[in-house]
Design a protein around this ligand. Structure first.
Ligand SMILES: Nc1ncnc2c1ncn2[C@@H]1O[C@H](COP(=O)(O)OP(=O)(O)OP(=O)(O)O)[C@@H](O)[C@H]1O
Length: 339
């Protein structure tokens, strides 16, 4: 681990810097990502939250240059100062094996079932030429230990491990090359609640020990509140609110954030009182003139449906933004006990 080395390096830029990212897919009336701005600072954890279909996965995959076939992209995507959208195949491979790594929802989908865990863990370092067999094995052992797994796992096959153990293996694998950025896309959704909590605690611990920046994609606001320093709320392909997680959850500035908080099931809520946000995320086959949330927003006025709100700084809040015409005049309900 070279955290010390890293901290001596001047921070020229954010670890992940996305500015004005537009991604269009064939057969859609509007871009699926419609001007995304997102920053993840060195060593920071940012939760990217929003309903299904808002574009969270596409945004995190864009950070590794992994866009769907036929997609066209414009804007800026930089990881550790490297321009991802203009990278050739070789540079992209390097980016994905050394600078950044992704942890997926289903660990079984990302691992070859007929290879031993040890080979899986050491493979990338060895084929990269970044380490010889012995060094790679030593690193694999150290990381297995860091994720709380015993040495024997190196000799085991994926089917011999539980889902939680396998997700620990995937987390160890993601750290093998000492990346500056981890992208975790709903990494605990496939796990039971207890294992979920363990994996979240592990990610928090590793993230602070290794100093890796983390973009944590989730639709679960409770999880976001537990893990994140900062939060970015996404709706219909755009970031509508950002800020320190605690402040955003306690005092949301965008009606969509407030609606998400109100719709989040709570342990102390009476059974059956599970709210949902009325309406749906607008279909990609429709164009949107003004604010994409206007049709579902309890606070919308005529102007909201006509002109798209600019992203503006939230007064008196550190590095916080909101894209809502009405935010300065609204008092919204937060989730005070969260975070
Ligand atoms: N390969 C693809 N081809 C066509 N449409 C796609 C493709 N990938 C994503 N989309 C569409 O892009 C939109 C955003 O998808 P994305 O998976 O990024 O959303 P999400 O916020 O991560 O949702 P979820 O939580 O369900 O994963 C959705 O409407 C989805 O149907």
């Amino acid at each position: 681990m070279n955290t010390a080395q890293r901290s001596q390096t001047p921070q020229k830029s954010q670890t992940l810097h996305i500015r004005g990212l537009r991604v269009s897919l064939p057969g859609t009336a509007r871009p699926v990502l419609d001007g995304v701005d997102l920053e993840v600072g060195a060593g920071q954890t940012v939760a990217l939250v929003g309903e299904s279909g808002s574009g969270k996965t596409l945004t995190s995959r864009a950070a590794l240059g992994m866009l769907p076939a036929g997609a066209t992209a414009s804007g800026v995507v930089e990881v550790d100062g490297q321009d991802v959208l203009t990278m050739d195949a070789r540079a992209l491979r390097r980016l994905r094996t050394t600078t950044a790594a992704m942890i997926f929802q289903d660990p079984r989908a990302g691992i070859n079932p007929v290879r031993r865990v040890g080979d899986f863990l050491t493979e990338a370092l060895r084929t990269n030429g970044a380490a010889d067999k012995r060094t790679a094995r030593k690193r694999a052992l150290a990381l297995l230990d860091a994720v709380g797994l015993p040495e024997r796992v190196l000799r085991q096959y994926p089917h011999e491990l539980s889902g939680g153990m396998l997700q620990r293996v995937m987390i160890a694998a993601s750290l093998m090359a000492d990346p500056v950025l981890l992208l975790a896309d709903e990494p605990t959704t496939a796990l039971d609640v207890t294992t979920q909590a363990e994996i979240i605690a592990l990610l928090r611990d590793l993230q602070s020990r290794f100093g890796t920046a983390l973009l944590f994609v989730t639709h679960d606001l409770e999880l976001a509140a537990v893990i994140a320093d900062r939060v970015a709320v996404m709706y219909a392909g755009r970031i509508v609110e950002t800020g320190p997680a605690e402040q955003v959850f306690a005092d949301p500035k965008h009606p969509y954030t407030a609606a998400l908080l109100a719709a989040t099931p709570r342990l102390d809520a009476p059974a059956g009182r599970l709210a949902v946000i009325p309406g749906r995320v607008p279909d990609l086959r429709t164009e949107i003139a003004g604010c994409a949330f206007a049709g579902r927003c309890a606070h919308a006025v005529d102007a909201c449906g006509q002109e798209r709100p600019e992203t503006a700084a939230v007064p008196d809040r550190s590095q916080a933004t909101v894209a809502c015409w009405r935010s300065s005049t609204l008092t919204l309900q937060g989730g005070a006990s969260r975070g």
